[in-house]
Design a protein around this ligand. Sequence first.
Ligand code: ZN
Length: 468
Amino acid sequence: MINRGVFSQFSWRISFTLRSLILLAWAMFNFHVVTADEARIVIEECSLFDSNQGRMIPRQTVVVRGDRIESVSASDSVRAIPHAAIRIDGRGKYLLPGLIDAHVHVIHVLDFAHVTADEILPLYLAAGVTSVRSAGDEIVAATLVSRYAETHAERCPRVFTCSPLIDADPPIHRDIGRAVTDPGQVPAILEDLLDWKVRTLKIYAGTQRDVGRAVIEEGHRRGMIVTAHLGRYSAQDAVADGIDCLEHIVSVSNYVIPEDMPRTPGFRGRIDFDNPVCRSLVKQLAERHVYVDPTLSVYRQMILLPDIPEVRDSPDNQRVPQRLRDFWPIYLRRAGCPQDDSLEERRREFAKLQELTGILHHAGIPILVGTDSPEPQVPPGYSMHTEMELLVGSGIPPASVLQAATLHNARVLQEESRLGTIAPEKLADLILLTHNPLENIRNTRSIEIVVRGGKICRPADLLKYVSP
Ligand SMILES: [Zn+2]
């Protein structure tokens, strides 16, 4: 016989268990519950830059586990944080995906200055640049640099390699160029580069159309991205042939001048972009969704305005190793920079390059953010912030510039599944700023911490690794 009291006690226990289960299910549905005791980094209550939408989302908490982002959620939905977690107070601060510099060299220029990449790579990370895209380097040395960066993740950005500069014979840059004179040579060269795990091919200024077209076709057949610094191969032809990306704004500006007009630099400072050649190329670039990487900083700081005090005496220059800084003026003279035109003419030309950059953005052409560091007076890492300022100065909103520096740059590396956004499963490459970059793009410099693959680094500590 069942005692009624025992039965009611039993049923109460069942209903209690049921209620607990329901409550737990409700909690799990409504909250992100952090339960495991594995060490994590938790960045609490920050504003988070959503690079897909190009906006700042307030009061977000990001949990990093290992080298990945584990969760991103509204701060008031996070219930429990494990004791072992490293907690970072993000109140009043701004969390962005790590910046990606789409155009650097890890061999070129450094080799002339007797500097190796390990001496300067910490500058990138200190400046919040967690990945760099080599834009043409000698492949054996570049591969070694990339491996060094992976084994020294606490002080180096990720280094993505690119082919040497595919050029005419002799190549313009003998240290990093490779002569390709016959389209028939292209498949074997690309197979070799694939074995080096290269996914970006770069066509250089001496390349003729037949070779360029073969590089694009054969590259695409192998799933590679093809970019170009154009010269003989025109932008119109390269875009028609399927190029993915153009390096430097001059790979556009040199091809928007009507045929019957002079192409001297001085003239480019006076060109009216509202001409049929320009309108047609802009339309073609937009329709084909070609990425353009303007690298305005190298045009301002090395090529057109290296002699103005704000460039020459920039405190950013002081951060690079002395041997590189000593070499910069030598290289400027060797490269014939600045050109002979008056300063006023050069300023006008630079303003035109910025104007064209703005036109491309507003036409829907995806912009990349690259610097061409360490060319003279284009300091690794810090020039990324200058580039973003110059892009905003071209009329591109700060949010779009930040989208370009993260999401677009990740896409062109074919790394969108791992980089460029703050989302679960992505690599934990992050920067935490103390000031809002959407209010003033210069605030991207207000870096408190950098997270690279789940490891916290502080700029002041990273700068200690840079050679004096
Ligand atoms: Zn370059």
